[in-house]
Design a protein around this ligand. Structure first.
Ligand SMILES: Nc1ncnc2c1ncn2[C@@H]1O[C@H](COP(=O)(O)OP(=O)(O)OP(=O)(O)O)[C@@H](O)[C@H]1O
Length: 362
């Protein structure tokens, strides 16, 4: 159910490496700039078709090369499925799943649920709704099969509506009225999937995770669908304003999912370390929910785990990580710095040392 083989070619500073990861815990050790994050980035790229740290695909390709590639074998039930993704300097992506070429990154994404936590994740996640929406949609994507198509169709309609609001051709108001029926139909479907998912996620999160961490007592999750009244009415009421803005201000593209403790937003109550712990808790809960609702084993990438985590937070992170069966890839500069997290977990551990983009034996 995990990645049993991984190879990278001309990816960032990595010319060519191959490794056989553990289905449990993989620790990647190396000095600053050695290529640890690049290795995690390659696994993320395999599942998402893009990086978690840049939108510029050329940066993923090793300097002076024309193409980067990542190949892996994914164990799925009793099958070992070879998968691969490559990108060239023109931005062309090539995908292979079980020897067949594919055009859809979503097929790879379906097969390999990958989440990442980096030192930047906290600010992104608690700094605005975009990352939270992405988080929620990743979960829905993996457990609700129709969601992805509906989400894609909705985004086409949204783009069309926004173009009309921006360009205001003759009769744009009537055209918008025409699109609004489809907008509302798809929005309601998306919202239904999200609501159902959030409700199951909340139950799972509190049951399996929150009660293990006393600092989270009184925690509450609130889902905001992205509009208040009926959506058709909201679109009508916002029409003048949306025309001025040149975009649609209500709808599922504005949905959010936020956290409160005794009625106060967590950002105003919890310390930075506690917010980090909350993010770990959420990602781990999401992975374990995907694992319990599907036959997939998820992957959690953790970049620079010890960065700014105190001793107590590390212990909590260790307890939380023991709650999921995810295949873990964790980077750190030294093995000692993460022993407090990985040792108590009692799962198989493989350690990989990276130096100047190559694996070295210690
Ligand atoms: N496209 C590229 N081609 C070649 N080298 C690159 C490319 N992009 C980045 N690099 C180099 O790759 C190296 C590896 O970066 P990476 O972020 O993976 O290091 P790291 O081990 O995670 O370091 P840190 O501990 O500082 O986060 C860096 O020295 C960087 O300058």
């Amino acid at each position: 159910m995990s990645l049993t083989h991984l190879s990278l070619g001309d990816f960032r500073n990595i010319e060519a490496i191959s490794l056989e990861p553990s289905p449990d815990i993989n620790v990647i050790i190396g000095a600053n700039g050695s290529g640890k994050t690049s290795l995690l980035e390659a696994i993320y790229f395999l599942s998402h078709g893009k990086s978690f740290r840049t939108n510029k695909h050329k940066l993923l390709i090793r300097h002076e090369q024309t193409r980067c590639a990542v190949h892996a074998k994914k164990q799925h039930l009793s099958l070992s499925i070879p998968v691969g993704i490559g990108k060239d300097t023109s931005g062309e992506t090539s995908l292979r799943i079980q020897g067949q070429s594919s055009r859809k990154v979503s097929e790879l994404a379906q097969l390999i649920p990958v989440q990442v936590i980096t030192p930047e994740s906290y600010d992104l996640f608690f700094g605005g709704p975009k990352e939270r929406r992405k988080f929620m949609d990743l979960g829905v994507f993996h457990v609700e099969h129709e969601f992805f198509q509906e989400w894609k169709d909705f985004n086409k309609v949204l783009k069309q509506r926004n173009a009309l609001l921006k360009l205001r051709p003759n009769n744009y108001a009537e055209q918008i009225q025409y699109w609004d029926k489809e907008f509302v139909r798809l929005a309601e479907k998306i919202n239904k999937h999200r609501e159902e998912y959030i409700s199951r996620f909340t139950a799972h999160f509190f049951d399996k995770i929150v009660n293990k961490i006393p600092v989270f007592s009184g925690l509450e999750l609130r889902y905001d669908e992205g509009w208040k009244e009926s959506l058709a009415d909201a679109l009508k009421h916002q029409f003048q304003r949306d025309t001025k803005l040149g975009y649609t201000s209500k709808g599922p593209h504005k949905a959010d999912f936020s956290f409160y403790i005794h009625g106060h937003s967590v950002e105003s109550i919890l310390s930075r370390g506690q917010l980090k712990l909350l993010l770990y808790a959420l990602k781990i809960a999401q992975n374990s929910l995907i694992e319990s609702e599907t036959d997939k084993q998820s992957i959690l990438l953790i970049d620079d785990l010890p960065s700014e985590l105190g001793e107590e937070t590390m212990q909590h992170v260790s307890v939380l990580l023991s709650q999921c069966q995810s295949q873990l890839f964790i980077t750190a500069i030294t093995a000692e710095s993460i022993s407090a997290v990985v040792e108590p977990m009692k799962r198989e551990l493989r350690m990989f040392h990276v130096k100047h983009g190559s694996l070295i034996t210690k």
